[in-house]
Structure formats: C-alpha cells, structure tokens
Unconditional design. Sequence first.
Length: 148
Amino acid sequence: MKSALYAAAACGFLVGEAVWADGADLAGAFVPVTVPSGQQVLLSEVLMDDSPGALWARFRFVAPGISRPGTGADGGSEGMDFARSAADMEHLCDSLALDYLRQHELAPRMVVISFSDRPVEFGTPDPEATQFFEAYRPEGGRCIWEAF
C-alpha cells in the first residue's frame, strides 16, 4: 500500500492527503485523485506483474460510484457506468500512470487501469463487486488503448 501512496504523491495528482476509510465498504489508506468526470476515485495500489509473460503495470483504483447496467431501481444504472468511466481511466493512464513509469524508469509492455466499487484483493474473485478494466500500451509518451 505504501508504494501506491508514494507513487500518487510523487506524480502530483493528490486532491488531498491520503485518507483512511473506516466504513464497512472501505478500509485502509487511499489517495484521492482528480478525474475529468468529477467522480470520486481513490488510488488503492500500484502493482508490477510479470505473470502474463511480460511486465504489466497495474494501477488499481476504488471508485465507489461505479455501477453495472441494470443495477438501479428502474433497471437502469444509478451510478457511473463503464462508458462514462472510460474517459477517466484513459486520463489516469496518460497522466498518473505514465508519470509514475517515467519517475521509476519502468517500461512495462502494458498498463492496466482498474476501477472497483469496493476494495478487492488482487486475483480474488468478488461477484458482488462492480469492476471496470482497461488495458493500454505505453508508446510515444501516451497510452494506446488495447482491447482487454
């Protein structure tokens, strides 16, 4: 968790200090970040993963307001759906993730940005959680979207 906190602080994307969430849905330290939609997004961790056969940088965020289609009272979506969150994810890749990679002299093959409506341990299924994922190839100082 500490590496994620230092990463966000070093990139200059803090909205405020790290926050501690004591509620049932959130526990631990998170770093608020600013995104174009204005939705609440908290950096939870940064993971370097070479299990796909190459280095992947995974930037994991908690976005409590995201929701799946059909989860609202009227069968619609009450929160931020995937389409509305995708621009935030691309923004975080182009800004926070690329800055982090430059500062730490890392050259991953892929960058994955993930949003979850609650903290979910990496690699652990949680059927109740809403999760959005986007994968990007860092190239030429920007993130190129890859089908995930």
